[in-house]
Design a protein around this ligand. Structure first.
Ligand code: GRG
Length: 304
């Protein structure tokens, strides 16, 4: 799909960032043949299975919007994709969501077995923070401080009040009638926290002023929720061939979703209104926010 925006060719810009991220990810990991080869095959199998790379692109777009340098942003861009992929590998395990299909391919545990899939997820999470700790010689104190602050934002987003806490709430709410406030809390933790860390972390690394950081935080909060509302709409309306993962799972598991609570049309309306909130938050950045605006449109208008 294309991401229509002002004068910028946003689709081409995002594709260029995606290619740069893929190259950096390739360099950040041992080759498949490195010991222990089974593990590295599993790590690369999931990481290079065709994800959309929305999170690393957000890091680069947010950082560059406030004047950041690509070399300062790329380690965080790689780290967030590693964390995201770990969470998908673990979420697909029989003990969690028990899924056979991810990114259009058999899930990690189906190909490598449960033990290796667990360890591949662990390896991705560990490498993410290892990479961020590899601060080059000669960096000045300000650059190091920004890296530490962004790393802490990522750690918080992955932790018990973010991704992991949201996953626990998700598991505990299965088959139970939860209301709209709990659903929002769940998704702000499970999906929104990591997306926020991408935007805020990129902005911190780029040297954003506190005022810019506030604007970008409002943008991140809106796209974080929009992402999940759209995910629920897609789960209810698209087939597995489009999604690259099992469709209709939420309904089958009797999970509360934005569609089950509000109906399809209202859920679509909520996504559109969150997209507008995101675009409004970017307004003070002017043309510097154009790519981030295109990403907000892409998140809401996507079909997979
Ligand atoms: C196991 C700690 C732990 C957490 C799992 C990621 C997650 C939490 C669950 C996955 C299920 C799910 C539908 C989550 C919400 C939305 C989401 C993260 C969708 C996948 O992200 P995309 O669409 O995927 O960016 P790609 O494959 O393009 O990277």
């Amino acid at each position: 799909m294309t991401a229509a925006a002002g004068s910028l060719d946003a689709t081409a810009a995002m594709e260029a960032l995606r290619v740069a991220v893929d190259e950096a990810l390739d360099q950040a990991l041992p080759p498949e043949s490195a010991w222990p080869a089974t593990l590295h095959r599993a790590v690369r199998y999931s990481l290079f299975a065709g994800g959309k790379r929305i999170r690393p692109v957000l890091v680069l777009a947010a950082g560059e919007a406030v004047g950041g340098r690509r070399e300062d942003l790329m380690p965080l861009a790689c780290a967030v994709e590693m964390v995201h992929t770990y969470s998908l590998v673990h979420d697909d395990l029989p003990a969690m969501d028990d899924d056979d299909l991810r990114r259009g391919k058999p899930t990690s545990h189906k190909v490598f077995g449960e033990a290796i899939a667990i360890l591949a997820g662990d390896a991705l999470l560990t490498r993410a923070f290892h990479l961020l700790a590899e601060v080059p010689e000669g960096w000045d104190a300000g650059r190091v401080r920004r890296r530490v602050r962004a790393t802490a934002l990522l750690g918080e987003a992955c932790g018990t009040t973010g991704l992991i806490g949201g996953q626990v709430m998700d598991l505990e709410s299965e088959g139970r009638a939860i209301g709209a406030p709990d659903l929002e809390c769940l998704h702000r933790a499970k999906t929104g926290a990591l997306l926020s860390a991408c935007v805020r972390g990129g902005a911190v690394l780029g040297g954003a002023r506190e005022e810019e950081l506030d604007q970008l935080s409002r943008y991140a909060s809106a796209i974080g929720l929009a992402f999940q509302v759209v995910d629920d709409v897609l789960d209810a309306t698209e087939d597995a061939a489009h999604l690259g993962k099992t469709a209709g799972k939420d309904e089958a598991a009797q999970k509360a979703t934005y569609v089950s609570l509000h109906g399809l049309e209202r859920a679509r309306g909520m996504a559109a209104s969150l997209r507008q909130d995101a675009l409004d938050a970017l307004a003070p950045l002017g043309p510097r926010g154009e790519l981030l605006g295109a990403i907000a449109r892409l998140i809401v208008d996507r079909h997979s």
